[in-house]
Every structure is written in structure tokens, then in C-alpha cells.
Design a protein around this ligand. Structure first.
Ligand code: ADP
Ligand code: MG
Length: 600
């Protein structure tokens, strides 16, 4: 367990980069500060020695004030050095946290976009940010305290045996007993009870959150306390476990621990009594009294240092959780970036025997799929839900990388194209396009940040967004989500189309762009699509088969395989899946028209 902890801290320090040295300097200074902090005790010993040697003629002890000033100098020096130590560790800790954030974000930039479908970017950001801030406390304070305390402990052991090892041993005995008592609370079968107790605490806090979340439901449905059963059960369970742990495990050891940390001198008095006769007969009674005075005072810092060790050790637990959080980001898969990029030769797209299986899925989403889209062609992907259309579309801009086979853009494998070049080549509008919480202008300009305001306006106009802009309080400068401005799904879709139009990429990938639009929006979206797709290579997925009738080629994907391929004219009488889909679609349209008439 000890080893594990160290490697966690070491892993975190790995992010410190060139500030690692600063961390070590801070830790060393912290150790020096602690040792300096103990020096005044030696000064006290020296003062006591001189006083006792001249007793009762106190005025003969001329060195006393010198020792006093020395004690002050050491104490003050210790504070200054500790201050410097913390300056170093804080600076290093902040830089390390910054490095963690930077490296995490850099890592996420290399992560396939598809990864964010199942891993919300906000959550990842929270993890990274939380983990990074947690390391700040650890690296700025806890490590310095641990190192300082260890130095202090070693210094203490040395001092304990320097003056009179028997009295030193007596002081140490108390410390050993209290540490031993503390360890029994955490070890063996008690560790299990402690883990249970902590788990119950987690369960309770989760149930508490659920409870608060559920309050509106409870109010609306006039439910009673009965509905909080889970929360109450969690509290009861926690209470039982806490009782069991504190009462059954902690009561005796904790009492022993506290008694011996607070009363560290308890064995000192009997030890002194035992030593006294021989000290008297040996003639060095003054030395004996001096040593006793020293240990009586010194034993007080034993309890302080023990408390600090416990406190600092609990800080290293943070390293584990912090590292865990950071690793959820750092372990995200990355896309390989080619070192010798090639330029796509034209605007064609080709799938060559492509198979793709999602992480953890038991069957491929695409199974040996091959098809070709010539430059300037419009090719439609159709087929039943789950057939693999979205998956195929998302392989083109490299949201994912194929498991086997090749996706080619302009005759070059997308893996061999510089990602920036690929992104410039391909514009995509996906069904769940989300707009950023910024102005409409910036949302559109996200496609091409150096575009002028006029260009963005032209794109919005081409995307049939005039009616949207008109009703917004500040036109294209209105921030989406502010002042109650929310756009409907269809309206968002049109803004997303404006973005794609502004991007002016030669290859367009459209996934069910009209699936959830109301009829009014759909007509506008169709118009916008015409502008967007004119003269470009288009790969479109559409539910409404009427929109694919004019496509140069239709590819029917069923269960991850290409079931059919051809023009609408050929496929609609081909006797296959497409013919069935076409008939069903027409029936649905007829039914809609009929029911529309009845309603009118
Ligand atoms: P379509 O767009 O034709 O409806 P999809 O390409 O979305 O089909 O899905 C193809 C298959 O891949 C389905 O079996 C679906 O469950 C699966 N799938 C889609 N997205 C994911 C994902 N992110 N993770 C795992 N499986 C997925
Ligand atoms: Mg889909």
C-alpha cells in the first residue's frame, strides 16, 4: 500500500516537468525548517545546564541571554525558511496543476471526436479540473509537511538519545504505544469495518442527492415520507456502521492513542526516579536534572509531530483520487497523427472493405462495406435504423478510425491526411448539432474564424436564417441562451447549415439533417441544403426518401452491410429492401395526406 501511494505521488510529480526541481528544493527547505525549529530546545537545554551548574547563584550564568537569542534566531530562521519552502512548493504546485490542465486538454484534442458522444466533454473537464486542483493542496502543503515531519521525527529520535537514552526511550515508549493503538484501528479485520463505514457514508451522500433531486416529484405527486425510504435506509445503515466502527473498534485504541500522545511524559517520571539514585551517586546530579528538564519540555512536541504525521498522511490519499480523475482524461484514446501527410487529390470519397466495431460492442456496426463517391456526386445512405449510416458518415471526418479496411478522401487514406487538411475538406452537419452559448455570429464563424461579418451574414442568408435573425433582440449578435432566446431544433439546424455553408468545404456529410424539423422548417432547410450542396461532393443520410430521389447513387445499408446500391430508378423496382422501403414510405405519405384532409 505504501509503495502504491508513492507511485501515485511520483506520477503526479511527473507532470511537474521543469518545476520538479523546485518541488524538491521546497521539500528540502521544509526539512531544514523543521530541524531549525527543534534547535531552540537545545538552547533551552544549554540554558538549563548553565543555570543548574551555578545554582543558586543565578547571576553567575552569564551565557543565558545568549542562548535566549540563539533560540529566538533559530525559531525565527525556521519560520523564514519554512516560508521560502512554501513559496517554492506553491509555485511548483500551481505550475504542475497548470501543466496537468494543459496536457489534459492537449490530450483531448487528439482524442477522436466520436469519443465525446459517450463521454460528455463537460464531465471530462470537471474531472481534469478537479484532479488538477486537488494536486495543488497535495504538492503545495501535504508533501512539504510530510517531508518536514519525517525530518522532524528523525531529529527527534536523535535528540532523544543524545542526552540520556534512558529518558529518551521513556518518551519514545509513549509515542510507540499511541502509534500502535492508532494502527490497530486501521489494520486487519478493522480495515474491513472501516471500509464498510466509509462505503455507507458514500451511499448516504448519494441518497441525499437523489432525495433533493426528487423533491419536486414528491411535491407534485403529494407523496409522503414513505418515498424517502431509500434515504432513510441509507442514514440508518450509516448510523449502524458508524456505531459499529466507533464503538466496537475505535473506543479503546483511540482513548489509548489520545492518552499517550497528550501524556507523552508519563513514562518519563518513573524512568527519572529509577535513574536518580545512580545519577546521585555518580555525582552528576546537575546533568541529570538538566536532561530531565529537557525531556519534560521536549515530550510536548512529540504529540504535535504525531498529529502532523496523521494529518499529512491523509493528504496523500488525495493523490490517489486526484490521479484517478486525471487519468480518466489521460487514458482517453487518441487518434494517430501521421508524420508524413499526403494531400488528397480530388474531392471523391471511397470506402474500401471497411469494418468498424464500437468499443465493447459484440458485433461490427459496419461489416466489409465498400462504395465509391465520385467528386461532385451526391450519394445517399439509406436503410433501417441501426443499419450503420451514422457510423459510416462519422468515419469520413475521422470521428473514429476504422477497425479494418480504408476510408479514402481524394484517393488518400484519411489516416494519412493532416487532420487540419481533412477538417477543411469535409463539412458535416449532424442531427444533434449543438450551438455554442455565444452569439449567432460566433457560432457561424466557428467554421472559419477569420471570416468577415459580411461573409457570416451571407451564409446565414443562404441558410434561410433571415426569419430567425429578425426576431432576435440583437440580431446576429444575440447570445444564444441569453435573455430567454432559445432556438427550436429546426432553427438550430439552419444555423448549423449556415456554419457549413461558411466553411465552404468541398465535401459535405449530412446526417438526417431534417429528421426532427417541423414542415415549415423542413422546407427552409431543404432550400438551404440546395445552396450548401451545389457543386460539391455530398454524402447524405435521409429518412424521408423523397429527398434522395435525385441522388446520383443510393447505398442501402442494412445490419452493417451494403444490401443494395444503385439509382432510385433502378432500386425502386429492384425487388429488394429499397423497393419495400419506398413503398412503405409512399404509403405513409398517402396516409399523412389523407389524414391531413380529414383534419382540415
Ligand atoms: P443508423 O445511423 O443507420 O441508424 P448507427 O450507425 O447509428 O445506425 O448504428 C449502427 C450500430 O452501431 C447500431 O447497432 C448501434 O447500436 C451501434 N452504435 C451506434 N453508435 C454507437 C456507439 N457510440 N457506441 C456503441 N455502439 C454504437
Ligand atoms: Mg443514425
Amino acid at each position: 500500500m505504501k509503495k502504491k501511494k508513492q507511485s501515485d505521488v511520483a506520477a503526479l510529480l511527473g507532470y511537474a516537468g521543469k518545476y520538479k526541481g523546485l518541488t524538491f528544493l521546497g521539500l528540502t527547505l521544509s526539512a531544514v525548517a523543521m530541524v531549525l525549529g527543534m534547535a531552540p530546545y537545545i538552547c533551552i537545554w544549554l540554558a538549563a545546564r548553565d543555570l543548574i551548574a551555578v545554582a543558586p547563584d543565578w547571576s553567575a550564568a552569564t551565557e543565558i541571554s545568549k542562548y535566549g537569542w540563539m533560540a529566538f534566531a533559530f525559531a525565527f530562521g525556521g519560520i523564514i525558511v519554512y516560508f521560502c519552502a512554501l513559496m517554492c512548493t506553491h509555485l511548483a504546485a500551481f505550475r504542475t496543476a497548470t501543466n496537468i490542465r494543459k496536457q489534459g486538454v492537449a490530450h483531448l484534442m487528439k482524442t477522436p471526436l466520436g469519443f465525446f458522444d459517450s463521454n460528455a466533454s463537460g464531465l471530462l473537464r470537471n474531472r481534469l479540473d478537479g484532479g488538477a486542483s486537488e494536486t495543488e493542496t497535495l504538492l503545495a502543503h501535504n508533501l512539504a509537511d510530510i517531508v518536514g515531519t519525517v525530518a522532524m521525527f528523525i531529529g527527534m529520535l536523535v535528540l532523544m538519545f543524545v542526552f540520556d537514552w534512558r529518558m529518551g526511550l521513556a518518551c519514545l515508549l509513549a509515542a510507540v504505544i499511541s502509534v500502535g493503538a492508532m494502527l490497530t484501528m486501521m489494520g486487519g479485520k478493522n480495515a474491513k469495518l472501516m471500509a464498510e463505514y466509509q462505503a455507507a457514508q458514500d451511499v448516504m451522500s448519494k441518497a441525499g442527492t437523489e432525495y433533493v433531486r426528487g423533491i419536486p416529484v414528491v411535491k407534485v405527486f403529494q407523496q409522503t415520507v414513505y418515498s424517502f425510504k431509500a434515504f432513510k435506509a441509507a442514514i440508518d445503515d450509516y448510523s449502524a456502521k458508524a456505531q459499529k466502527y466507533t464503538d466496537g473498534v475505535c473506543r479503546v485504541p483511540q482513548s489509548v492513542n489520545l492518552t499517550f500522545t497528550e501524556g507523552a511524559f508519563i513514562f518519563l517520571v518513573p524512568a527519572a526516579l529509577l535513574i536518580a539514585p545512580s545519577a546521585l551517586s555518580g555525582g552528576d546530579f546537575a546533568g541529570f536534572v538538566t536532561n530531565f528538564a529537557f525531556y519534560a519540555v521536549f515530550s510536548a512536541i512529540i504529540s504535535t509531530s504525531l498529529a502532523r504525521i496523521m494529518f499529512a498522511a491523509s493528504g496523500t490519499m488525495l493523490a490517489k483520487t486526484a490521479l484517478g480523475r486525471i487519468n480518466t482524461v489521460m487514458d482517453a484514446p487518441t487518434l494517430e497523427i501521421t508524420s508524413s501527410p499526403q494531400q488528397p487529390k480530388d474531392n471523391g470519397v471511397e470506402f474500401k472493405d471497411v469494418t468498424f466495431t464500437y468499443d465493447g460492442a459484440d458485433h461490427p456496426a459496419l461489416d466489409h462495406v465498400s462504395f465509391k463517391v465520385e467528386p461532385g456526386q451526391t450519394v445517399a445512405l439509406v436503410g433501417p435504423s441501426g443499419g450503420g449510416k451514422t457510423t459510416a458518415a462519422s468515419l469520413i471526418p475521422r470521428f473514429w478510425d476504422v477497425s479494418s479496411g480504408e476510408v479514402l478522401v481524394g484517393g488518400v487514406n484519411v489516416r494519412d491526411i493532416d487532420p487540419h487538411v481533412l477538417m477543411d475538406k469535409v463539412a458535416f452537419v449532424f442531427q444533434n448539432t449543438r450551438l455554442f452559448k455565444t452569439s449567432i455570429l460566433e457560432n457561424v464563424r466557428a467554421a472559419r474564424p477569420n471570416a468577415t461579418r459580411e461573409e457570416a451574414e451571407a451564409a446565414l442568408h443562404a441558410a434561410q436564417c433571415d426569419d430567425i435573425i429578425e426576431k432576435l433582440p440583437k440580431g446576429i449578435d444575440t447570445v444564444i441562451g441569453s435573455e430567454g432566446t432559445y432556438l427550436s431544433g429546426g432553427e438550430q439546424q439552419r444555423v448549423a447549415l449556415a456554419r457549413a455553408i461558411l466553411k465552404d468545404a468541398p465535401i459535405i456529410v449530412l446526417d438526417e439533417a431534417t429528421a426532427f424539423a417541423d414542415p415549415e422548417n423542413e422546407a427552409l432547410i431543404q432550400k438551404a441544403l440546395k445552396t450548401l450542396t451545389k457543386g460539391r461532393t455530398v454524402i447524405m443520410i435521409a429518412h424521408r426518401l423523397s429527398t434522395v430521389v435525385g441522388a446520383d447513387k443510393i447505398i442501402v445499408l442494412d445490419n452493417g452491410k451494403v444490401a443494395e446500391e444503385g439509382t432510385h430508378a433502378a432500386l425502386s423496382v429492384g425487388g429488394g429492401l429499397y423497393e419495400r422501403m419506398w413503398k412503405e414510405y409512399n404509403q405513409a405519405v398517402m396516409w399523412k395526406i389523407a389524414s391531413g384532409k380529414e383534419g382540415a
